[in-house]
Design a protein around this ligand. Structure first.
Ligand code: M6R
Length: 609
């Protein structure tokens, strides 16, 4: 969704803001803009479309040099994507960028209009700009004006504001929308997201809700929710700038798929001691786990699919009932939550608004909350009782790949941890289950990556179709759901995932000559049944692609194409199949000429409900 960058220092801010905006592109956007201090006040350039359009505009309108400015990528919520609706929004005195939603903007707008204030755009953000401006005209003190306006604003916000009469300073505030301050050798920054500043520094302070702050080239002042000056330490981010670049790959998505073997090793490192999962550093204790009678896993999209994998692992190993639910449904259906229940939130970004809201509900009801998150210090991580970080490194492509794989790995380990602590598995059984994770998964994933070209050849047939099905049973059905989402989000092919045995209850009527059906089969105990379901669709003329473990005995003629992955015990072949169907989606989308890293209408981190 929207992205914010701001810089004040001793270099031209314009290229710094532009490079920050490019680094935020992955979040999804439809317009971009910057405001900088010029000789006679604030200069704003903003335009609909790609950041390159903004660059062209800046270049064509003359030389722009300024050592302080703010920039924004907008993902439209209030008002269509257009030049005028894009950020920054400005008045005579200030210019402002905003992430989040001003929920009471209509009421505030009416109030301001009744006082004679005119509006240029349809956005909620302009209301905030004009409200702060109104307060500023009374007190001529930016912080006072900001605080007064914030008292009236309902909703979520991360603001970056510059005031004409305060050159070199950037004012900020946050509530329910991430914002950080960063400090480097050339000056200070504000940003909504780490990649925006990684080129210049890895030293950051993440602001808390209700914080306000002022930065200049050599100072950072932060004020807490009561308005008191607050001293915060900078933390050093371990992500490097290189890891947030494509490093020679055509797309971030492909690069991130190829990072999976390493991401798995990093994620399990230090979390398995003598063959037994160990989350003591994360604070997950036997005392807490022993009391757990039911587990709720809540997430969105791909993370929710990793949650379904978690259900299979936990119920299989620990024999504790698990409900998996889409976060946006969970909080509005009055779920039955008991104090002893455990709540697991899965989120790559740690900022997904629906998941965050569900987590807050779980906490309110007194549940034990654990989050599985990729971005350190994100809101979901900070608001959970315990957090297990997936160590995938930054995931830039909108389509989640390596983050999903390591979420599944964490769910596998957590399931074993719960089973062991709950005395559902013996030490020996747990050791046998962790052994392939430690010794095989990373290597076997590398094997799968080795046949990326072969997968690409199979995709030639798929790239031409407009509809297809993914089917599977048990854990393979959970995989089918993710395979289907991956394909549709980046290739725009309509695909549906079905439990293989369910097709014949209605949907098989859609299977005719040439319909593409991808079947997933890693669980040998279910193969016979899945095989029958494949025969059912084959008999109706389907073109069948089989993703299976190399332990599956595939009869002659059962499928038209086959993608065999190495078998790994304990349900872990699923990770190899996941890698294969991610490549499958990638190559299909590439053959169709799609914008793979930034599919239409999608945003990387969905911070609105
Ligand atoms: O950051 P999160 O893991 O909370 O994001 C959840 C979903 O928005 C995300 O997984 C989405 O479905 C991906 N685009 C799928 O590739």
């Amino acid at each position: 969704m929207c992205g914010i960058i701001g810089f004040t220092g001793q270099e031209n801010s314009v290229p710094i803001l532009i490079s920050g905006l490019y680094a935020l592109e992955y979040r999804g956007y439809d317009s971009s803009g910057i405001s900088v201090f010029g000789e006679d006040g604030i200069i704003t350039k903003k335009v609909k479309g790609r950041i390159s359009n903004l660059e062209d505009k800046i270049l064509s309108e003359g030389n722009l040099y300024s050592e302080c400015g703010i920039g924004h990528t907008r993902w439209a919520t209030h008002g269509e994507p257009s030049d005028v609706n894009s950020h920054p929004h400005f008045t005579e005195n200030l210019s402002l960028v905003h992430n989040g939603i001003i929920e009471n903007y209509a009421v505030l707008k009416k109030e301001l209009q009744s006082e004679g204030t005119a509006f240029l755009s349809e956005t909620d953000t302009e209301v905030a700009a004009r409200l702060i401006d109104r307060e500023y005209l009374i007190c001529r003190d930016p912080l006072k004006a900001l605080n007064k306006a914030l008292k009236k604003i309902e909703g979520s916000y991360a603001f970056g504001i510059i005031f004409r009469e305060y050159p070199g300073k950037i004012f900020t505030a946050r509530k329910n929308s991430p914002l950080l301050i960063a400090s480097g050798s050339i000056g200070n920054f504000i940003a909504s997201d780490i990649p925006a500043i990684l080129k210049y520094t890895n030293k950051v302070i993440r602001l808390d809700d209700y914080d306000t702050a002022v930065i200049s080239k050599d100072s950072v002042e932060i004020y807490d929710k009561d308005g008191n000056a607050s001293t915060r330490e900078f933390e050093e981010i371990s992500w490097s700038y290189e890891i947030a670049t494509k490093s020679g790959y055509d797309h971030f998505m492909l690069k991130e798929i190829f990072e999976e073997p390493e991401a798995v090793l990093k994620t399990i490192s230090g979390r398995i001691k003598n063959g037994i999962p160990n989350f003591s550093a994360e604070g997950i204790s036997s005392e807490r786990i022993e009391k757990v009678g039911r587990i709720h896993i809540v997430a969105c999209g791909t993370a929710m699919h990793a949650g379904i994998m978690g259900k299979y692992f936990i119920e299989n190993f620990a024999r504790i009932p698990v409900d998996v639910e889409i976060a946006s449904e969970f909080r509005y259906r009055n779920p039955i939550l008991n104090k002893g229940d455990m709540f697991i939130a899965l989120s790559q970004s740690g900022e997904t608004a629906d998941t965050l809201a569900a987590l807050r509900l779980a906490r309110e009801k007194g549940l034990y909350t654990v989050s599985v998150v990729n971005v350190a210090g994100s809101s979901i991580a900070r608001e959970s009782d315990e957090v297990i970080y997936t160590l995938a490194g930054p995931e830039i492509a909108v389509a989640s790949t390596k983050a999903y794989t390591v979420q599944c790995v964490v769910m596998y380990l957590l399931a074993l941890d719960i089973a062991y602590k709950g005395k559902r598995m013996t030490q020996n059984e747990v050791m046998l289950a962790t052994e392939p994770l430690v010794n095989e998964v990373s290597m076997r994933l590398s094997d799968v990556l080795g046949f990326s070209g072969y997968v690409s050849d199979i995709c030639r047939r798929i790239a031409e179709c407009e509809n297809m099905f993914f089917i599977g049973r048990g854990i393979d059905y959970a995989l089918a759901m993710e395979a289907s989402l991956k394909l549709k989000e980046i290739s725009y092919i309509n695909s549906e995932a079905y439990a293989a045995g369910e097709l014949k209850h209605g949907t098989i009527s859609l299977v005719t000559e040439g319909t593409v059906v991808a079947a997933i089969a890693t669980d040998a105990s279910l193969w016979e049944k899945t095989c029958s379901n494949i025969k059912e669709v084959k008999a109706r003329g389907a073109y069948v692609i089989l993703f299976c473990g190399d332990n599956i005995d595939v009869p002659e003629g059962i499928c038209d194409s086959i993608i065999k992955v190495p078998h790994i015990d304990g349900g872990l072949s699923s990770l190899c199949v996941a890698c294969a169907f991610q490549l499958f989606a990638y190559h299909t989308a590439k053959l169709r000429g799609c914008d793979i890293d930034k599919p239409r209408n999608l945003a990387k981190s969905v911070t609105v409900e």
